[in-house]
Design a protein around this ligand. Structure first.
Ligand code: GUN
Ligand code: FE
Length: 425
């Protein structure tokens, strides 16, 4: 680690006033020390000339499955429950220590290359240790956990676990990884979804997540078939059931939330539950269109995630931001989901979901240096700062525009080359 000076950039700060400024950023160790102005080049380890470049807060994706990256193309054109039963569960069951490590590393490479600096990740039943190893070595910031599945006749034998085992293995992983590298890695209990978890397990997750003050990350109300199973088994809808078990609070991250009824929406708003909207996945699995416009109008916390590679084929946030904006417009009108709202969800909104809004999600003095440097000037217009960079990013940027990604003050990707940390675990 050292000092980095980024010179002469267009800086999309996403601070309270959402200022866009031109100037320098000085990073000392892992923290932003100065932002704006023209700084002298003294005693810096690395200078990045960012003339004609745009610096943004690194994207925060609040729902990812790194273990599924290698399954891309193996689960096309199915809806959720068939997709899980026929493709994803057998593939997860076939993972070994090496394949999960490489699946995670490949996914992380794509994420860093496209400007994502933090993920909320859900692994599979086994070998999660090796996904954590990839996270640790890559330098990405992550909240991750072993998936928990102690119920479900259709789950392959190799993925079935008993309640005590599932809990013990989760706690072991938590004790090893939670807080690793000055808090860059955090643990989240990850019961897969209500369909695959016993009430006993979910109650224990509630107790343990309170005890360790860690997040709970699960899927909810993604698909009508899934909701029907939950309704038959519990007599309740997903979010009502999770609330009934005491899990609905501001440490709960719920992926999808497409088919919410009024009571579920109220619980999410009142209890500060975080919704992870995954528009690409919701379209490809034919799950539906989440009413994020309505959720945001009611001050719910909504952030974005690409979900796993087989239900999206693309882990980059540019894709998700664009889809998140576009799908609301035919329903609610052209201003219902503007570029700035979407960009907020992708940055500071994600930071709030992971409880790190004081540390990441915007570029401000005292915050951790998690950022991406973009070259937006290969665009079909005259190079000019008059083009709104947020509109440009949301509606037309691609991963090819990302030149450098920095997490916690370290360059982790430069010119598409990953710079894994020097000390493998
Ligand atoms: N619901 C339960 N498991 C999964 C999963 O792996 N992906 C998605 N999209 N939904 C799920
Ligand atoms: Fe998912």
């Amino acid at each position: 680690m050292g000092n980095i000076l980024i010179k002469n950039a267009q800086i999309v700060t996403m601070n309270q006033a959402e200022e866009i400024i031109i100037g320098d950023i000085y990073i000392e160790e892992n923290v932003i020390k100065v932002i704006g102005g023209n700084l002298p080049i003294n005693h810096v380890d690395k200078i990045i000339d960012a003339t004609n470049r745009t610096v943004i807060p690194g994207f925060i994706q609040t729902h990812i499955h790194l273990c599924q990256t290698l399954f891309r193309g193996k689960g096309d054109d199915l809806e959720l429950m068939d997709w899980l039963r026929k493709r994803i569960w057998p593939l997860e069951a076939a993972h070994d220590e090496e394949s999960i490590y490489y699946s995670a590393m490949l996914g992380i490479g794509e994420l860093l290359e496209s400007g994502t600096t933090t993920i909320v990740d859900m692994e599979t039943v086994h070998h999660t240790e090796h996904a954590f190893r990839a996270i640790a070595e890559s330098g990405i910031r992550a909240v991750s956990g072993k998936v928990m599945m102690d119920k479900g006749d259709e789950v392959p034998l190799a993925l079935q676990e008993n309640t005590a085992e599932s809990i013990q293995q989760s706690v072991d992983l938590l004790e090893k990884w939670n807080g690793f590298d000055d808090g860059r890695i955090q643990y989240a209990f990850s019961p897969r979804f209500v369909v695959s978890c016993t009430e006993e397990l979910l109650k224990e997750v509630k107790i343990l997540s309170d005890q360790y003050r860690v997040k709970v990350h699960t899927h909810a109300s993604e698909n009508k078939g899934e909701i029907q199973i939950v309704q038959e088994e519990t007599g309740m809808r997903n979010v009502v059931y999770l609330d009934h078990l005491g899990l609905a609070n501001d440490r709960l991250i719920l992926a999808h939330c497409i088919w919410l009824d009024e009571e579920e929406k109220r619980i999410i708003q009142d209890k500060g539950v975080h919704v992870s909207h995954c528009p690409g996945s919701n379209l490809k699995l034919a799950s539906g269109i989440a009413d994020t416009h309505h959720l945001l109008c009611n001050h719910a916390s909504v952030s974005l995630g690409a979900d796993g590679a087989p239900c999206n084929n693309n882990l980059d946030m540019f894709n998700e931001m664009r889809l998140a904006a576009l799908i609301q417009k035919p329903i609610h009108g052209p201003t219902a989901m503007d570029a700035k709202t979407v960009f907020r969800m992708a940055t500071i909104g994600g930071a709030k979901a992971v409880g790190l809004e004081k540390e990441i999600g915007s570029l401000e003095i005292g915050k951790r240096a998690d950022l991406a440097i973009l070259n937006l000037h290969n665009f079909h217009t005259f190079p000019s700062y008059d083009v709104d960079p947020i509109s440009r990013i949301v509606y037309s940027a691609t991963r090819a525009d990302v030149e450098t990604t920095i997490v916690d003050g370290k360059i982790v990707m430069e010119n598409k080359i990953m710079k894994t940390v020097d000390k493998p675990i």
